[in-house]
Design a protein around this ligand. Structure first.
Ligand SMILES: *Cc1c(COP(=O)(O)O)cnc(C)c1O
Length: 387
């Protein structure tokens, strides 16, 4: 089986994890701050807080912004469910913004219109907006930051796909246009720590709050304490947090992987360029060209719309899967999930998201994918689209 994505683990990665296993700390040791520094330096952000997953990091980012009951959070209709669930964990309401038809990224024109309508109708305005850099391609953050200023909402980037990418002259995660950005280190993503996530920010208060919330809401900072210290053992729980810590094993793997981030993204671009040469023969649509920066290319989505002499998406998908090509669909729009339908969402509400979902397929792309693997993907796809 050739999967749509998979990790690339080197002997250096293995050695880095083994070294932690033989050390004094399996968790809460020196490896986590080391990983945080390496991501922070890559992005040029001032603070980084590692967590057990991107889902945990999105939850903590919302909590640190005091998102709670009575608040509203907007995210993209085309994403993994975690982009919306993070606000639900905080007791907030969620609404969605429709996407650009070609990239699947949050459509800033739709967002602008929705904000204006909401204000004109006296509706509840969003406290935070969570754009998702789908497939590793940054959203139009400049436009989003302008709207955030105008309407007074916070911006949390779900950059789970996008570490190693750029927006204009900034690495994704610089937080030049946002309050917080969140990365995922799940094995299918660009860099892995097995499970893991990280929030980066330039706001010291948000960073301190996220650090506290990651570990039960406990502080050891005398300045944050309510009472005088009882002694050197003393700590205070000053709010309700979680145990969302990353282990040192995970962090050591992540730090070692960061040494190859540039190489990983280059390899993904090489594969994408090769698809760009091989696929135009076939009746499928390729991803749109890059506009305002370099994608991290977590995914390589093609569109198979059953026109131009191609078979239907489902037929093509099943054909590929049956022949060992582990394609996937990213994503079923979140508002179509039964949990969200139960909250009142319905099909037809975000037509561009539904149209994107109708014909998208993610082809295999990962650093260790060989030319021979890729030729096989293209050959099987060629027979698949012809029915
Ligand atoms: C993978 C992913 C997440 C969740 O990441 P975990 O680290 O698995 O929690 C959130 N959002 C998007 C867009 C993702 O692709």
């Amino acid at each position: 089986m050739i999967p749509y994505g998979r990790q690339s683990v080197s002997e250096d990665d293995v050695a880095a994890v083994v070294e932690v296993l033989r050390s004094d700390f399996l968790t809460q040791g020196p490896a986590v701050p080391r990983f945080e520094n390496s991501v922070k330096q890559w992005c040029g952000a001032s603070h980084a807080v590692a967590m057990s997953s991107a889902t945990a990091a999105l939850h903590i980012a919302c909590a640190a912004m005091t998102v709670g009951p009575g608040d509203l959070v907007w995210t993209s209709a085309v994403s993994f469910v975690a982009s919306a669930n993070c606000a639900r964990y905080c007791g907030a309401e969620v609404d969605f913004v429709d996407v650009e038809s070609d990239t699947g990224n949050m459509c800033m024109d739709h967002l602008e219109e929705k904000l204006a309508d909401c204000r004109a109708n006296g509706g509840l305005m969003p406290k935070a907006v969570i754009p998702v850099h789908l497939t590793g391609r940054s959203c139009d953050m400049h436009k989003l930051a302008g709207l955030a200023d105008q309407y007074g909402f916070s911006v949390v980037e779900d950059a789970s796909h996008a570490i190693g990418g750029n927006y204009r002259d900034h690495p994704v995660g610089s937080c030049t246009y946002s309050d917080v950005a969140v990365f995922s280190f799940h094995p299918v993503k660009v860099v892995t720590s097995a499970e893991g996530g990280m929030a980066v920010t330039n706001n010291p208060d948000l960073a301190a709050s996220m650090r506290r919330l990651r570990s039960h809401g406990i502080t050891r900072e005398p300045n944050d304490m309510v009472s005088p210290s009882h002694g050197p053992w003393y700590y205070e729980q000053i709010e309700l947090g979680w145990n969302y810590r990353m282990t040192d094993l995970q962090a050591a793997l992540g730090t070692s992987q960061m040494n190859r981030l540039a190489e990983f993204v280059d390899a993904r671009h090489r594969i994408a360029q090769r698809y760009g040469k091989l696929l135009p023969e076939l009746p499928v649509h390729l991803p749109p060209p890059e506009r305002e920066g370099r994608s991290a290319l977590h995914l390589y989505p093609i569109r198979v719309d059953g026109r131009r002499g191609s078979a239907e998406r489902r037929v093509v998908f099943e054909h590929l899967r049956a022949r060992g090509i582990g394609v996937q669909v990213h994503y079923i729009p979140i508002h179509l999930q039964p949990y969200y339908k139960e909250l009142g969402f319905r099909s037809g509400q975000f037509p561009q998201a539904e149209a994107y979902y109708a014909d998208v397929i993610s082809l295999p792309i990962y650093p260790d994918l060989t030319d021979a693997d890729q030729d096989e993907v293209v050959a099987v796809l060629a027979t698949a689209v012809s029915g």
